[in-house]
Ligand binder design. Structure first.
Ligand code: DOR
Ligand code: ZN
Ligand code: ZN
Length: 438
């Protein structure tokens, strides 16, 4: 059995960074000690932070059907370069992941190509309840309550009630109100003259708020876990926070809704087009404060890559979505550097909470018995984000030019070095397992 040792680093233990040494055997952490280990392949981590690899609960790796935008090789490279060791992939591919056969095809592709660990969402369609009842080993069922990239849309309340009653899995929602969106769109006279901010008028805060309200009303009397993806406004957040008193409900926020607002659209046009849209500064600020206060459950990148030439088209043709795998952890580490966010909270948001909500087995913590999914960080190194540091196929990122603190030095996936200072190694991630869910 191979042994890997990380000596002399500052390890995140019980919410604090402590000088410790860490021993990995095969795929697992087997020891953490105050005295350095002598036996095995030794990496000296003096001056470095050793954190649990981040778990990204929300990515779009575009396979099948969109491999020109991303595939499992490029997507997982971007992940490990960003300190992410596990991703949960969305079902709005082409064709969508709505049958067990398609899910198994995706599994095979990820097994062969992914450097990081992976799990899958299964898409709800209007006629796949039978499949949903037989499916296994998935993170959650994804419901597109409003339409976005792809053709999955399920917002019939009778069907959803049926699904809510029958599911054994958490239900994850893209929450936008389809009818209201259409109504708002029909009011716009000349879309191409309207400017890029029109996206936030069509998909306004009421589009999001009313969808969240409806979802809570549908689920509130049932024993089901609800996961609201990419919450982007104060009003949605407050509805969820209230519902938490009586429901098993969680809220995810994206880095772009935390760190960017609608003003960016004046500068980068439809490159900033995303569903839900970038919001007003008051909403961004509200979410940022909720993050700092520990009221947000998870951060998901919603890594949704589209090519530059696709994004440069006119409003209706330009697809929605932003890449984000390389920048999530660095943006949060920058907040830690500035003294705004504690390292403990960072680890909860990007690991511990995600593992708990999705029942991921042996993930999200650094302790003996847990999987050796680890990121080693140079805490004091600062750099400007340039496209040379991007590995996503699309080669752009909305945070380009930003100064970031806390560089990802090495990423270890299941006890094997996957990434080190711009180099990648030939490792294979594995599909996550789930603890028994009731
Ligand atoms: O902007 C978005 N892009 N929002 C989504 O919900 C889907 C995503 C994509 O897949 O492109
Ligand atoms: Zn979505
Ligand atoms: Zn998404």
């Amino acid at each position: 059995m191979s042994k890997l040792v990380l000596n002399n680093g500052m390890i995140l233990l019980d919410g604090e960074l402590r000088k410790r040494n860490l021993l990995i055997e095969d795929k697992s952490i087997i020891g953490i000690s105050e005295t350095p280990y002598q036996d095995g392949d030794i990496i000296d981590c003096k001056g470095q932070w050793i954190l649990p690899g981040a778990i990204d609960p929300h990515v779009h790796f575009r396979t099948p059907g969109g491999e020109h935008k991303e595939d499992w090789k490029t997507g997982s490279k971007a992940a490990v370069a960003g300190g992410i060791t596990t991703v949960l992939d969305m079902p709005n591919t082409n064709p969508p992941t709505t049958t067990s056969e398609r899910l198994n095809e995706k599994r095979k592709i990820a097994e062969t190509n992914s450097l990081c660990n992976f799990g899958f969402y299964f898409g709800a369609s209007i006629n796949n309840l039978d499949e949903i009842e037989t499916i296994d080993n998935i993170a959650a069922i994804k419901i597109y309550f409003g339409s976005t990239t792809g053709n999955l849309l399920v917002n019939d309340s009778h069907y959803l009630t049926d699904l809510i009653k029958k599911t054994r899995f958490p239900l994850a929602f893209h929450a936008e109100n389809e009818a209201l969106m259409k109504k708002n769109l029909s009011k716009v006279k000349d879309l191409n003259k309207a400017g890029a901010r029109i996206h936030g008028v069509i998909r306004d805060e009421e589009v999001a708020r009313s969808a969240v309200e409806e979802i809570i009303a549908l689920a509130s009397d049932h024993n089901v876990k609800i996961y609201l993806c990419h919450v982007s406004t104060q009003r949605e957040f407050e509805l969820i926070e209230k519902a938490k008193q009586s429901m098993d409900i969680y809220c995810e926020v994206t880095p772009h809704h935390l760190f960017l607002n609608e003003e960016l659209l004046d500068r980068i046009g439809h490159f900033g087009k995303v569903n839900p849209p970038l919001r007003k500064e008051v909403d961004r600020k509200f979410l940022y404060n909720a993050l700092i206060d520990g009221r947000i459950d998870t951060i998901g990148t919603d890594h949704a890559p589209h090519l530059k030439e696709e994004k440069m088209q006119e409003y209706l043709k330009a697809p929605s979505g932003l890449p984000g795998l390389e920048t999530m952890l660095p943006l949060l580490l920058t907040e830690v550097h500035h003294g705004n966010l504690s390292i403990e909270r960072l680890a909860q948001l990007t690991g511990g909470n995600v593992a708990r909500i999705f029942s991921l087995k042996n993930k999200g913590s650094l302790a003996p018995g847990y999987d050796a999914d680890i990121v080693v960080v140079n805490p004091d190194t600062s750099y400007s984000l340039t496209s040379e540091r991007l590995y996503t196929k699309v080669g752009w990122n909305p945070f380009e030019g930003q100064i970031l603190y806390g560089e990802i030095d090495q990423t270890i996936v299941l006890g094997q070095l996957a990434y080190k200072r711009g180099r990648f190694f030939n490792v294979h991630g594995e599909e996550v397992e789930y603890d028994t869910r009731t």
